[in-house]
Design a protein around this ligand. Structure first.
Ligand code: NAG
Ligand code: NAG
Length: 279
């Protein structure tokens, strides 16, 4: 049996992880374990633990479910989230679908090992978990180098789960979807995937409700503006569905004014929203 990690042990693990200079995972937090999800595999919260199951139901890995309640999520400004739009659903109707499309940008003109993540995501209001279909350039905990690639991620406390990293082409359209598959007894089952890319589907059972929606540019090891792609990226066809009466959706933005990166809401609301991030 695994013993629950105390916050003291966790602090040691987290500082050990930071000292190792880990490749980033797209949630701006240190992690202790990275698990690639095999085809058809799934993630299940079971009591205190998180099980990674093979397609045939065999348990491949058990992680101790360390909720980082004693270590609040670092504010996004300090985590590598550069500029983003966000909306917190405080209504009684859980988000049941959060879709958006975007296009794989041109490669940055300079590559010196920087990492760029572009994604839509939802998190619990407390920010201690995240589910997200992610476009990346450069290295991450899933692999990668000087090319664009996609994977779907679920992060919970110090655990990182991701689908295999798949290269994509400049100009390719990405359709990221996060959907609620079901809910019971205060727990929620989610799926996330690129609906137009095979092998990116990730399901998690027994999770917390995810209420904070974002479209985000996250980056690490940026040394000059040419480490970013040229121009701007738009997330378009941003659409929500709800389990219950639909609330009003209103996007707020956070910019990195010092570095001239900004997010603009071109079209607000719950259907066919458009948000543009300028590098
Ligand atoms: C189930 O899948 C795992 C991982 O692919 C494999 O190692 C195991 O042999 C399979 N078990 C059965 C009973 O098919
Ligand atoms: C989300 O995308 C899926 C797959 O393309 C589609 O079937 C569904 O209708 C979309 N839902 C919303 C609310 O946009």
């Amino acid at each position: 049996m695994h013993a629950p990690l105390t916050s003291a042990i966790l602090a040691v693990l987290v500082s050990a992880a930071l000292a190792l200079n880990q490749p980033p995972a797209p949630a701006g937090r240190p992690y202790t374990e990275v698990h690639e999800i095999p085809a058809g595999g799934t993630i299940v919260h079971v009591g205190r633990d998180i099980h990674l199951l093979a397609a045939n139901g065999t348990i491949l890995h058990v992680s101790v479910n360390v909720k980082l309640a004693t270590t609040p999520a670092t504010p996004p400004e300090h985590t590598g989230w550069i500029t983003y739009a966000n909306w917190l659903n405080t209504s009684p109707s859980p988000i049941s679908v959060f879709n958006t499309s975007w296009t794989v940008p041109a490669a940055p003109s300079n590559y010196d090992g920087q990492t760029i993540f572009l994604f839509n995501a939802i998190e619990p209001g407390a920010g201690d978990a995240i589910i997200q279909p992610v476009l990346q350039y450069g290295p991450s905990a899933a692999g990668g180098d000087a090319y664009w690639a996609v994977a779907t991620w679920y992060l919970y406390g110090p655990d990182v789960f991701h689908t295999p990293l798949l290269p994509v082409d400049v100009g390719q359209t990405l359709r990221g979807m996060i959907s609620l598959l079901g809910q019971s007894g205060g727990t929620y089952d989610y799926n996330s995937q690129f609906t137009n890319i095979e092998g990116t589907s990730l399901s998690v059972t027994g999770a917390e409700q995810m209420a904070w929606a974002t479209v985000t540019l996250e980056a690490y090891e940026i040394t000059s503006s040419s480490d970013y792609p040229p121009g701007a990226s738009s997330f378009y066809e941003i659409s929500f569905a709800f389990s219950g009466l639909a609330p009003q959706v209103h996007w707020e933005v956070v910019n990195d004014e010092d570095d001239g990166l900004s997010t603009v809401v071109n079209s607000d609301g719950s259907l066919f929203g458009v948000v543009t991030l300028t590098y």
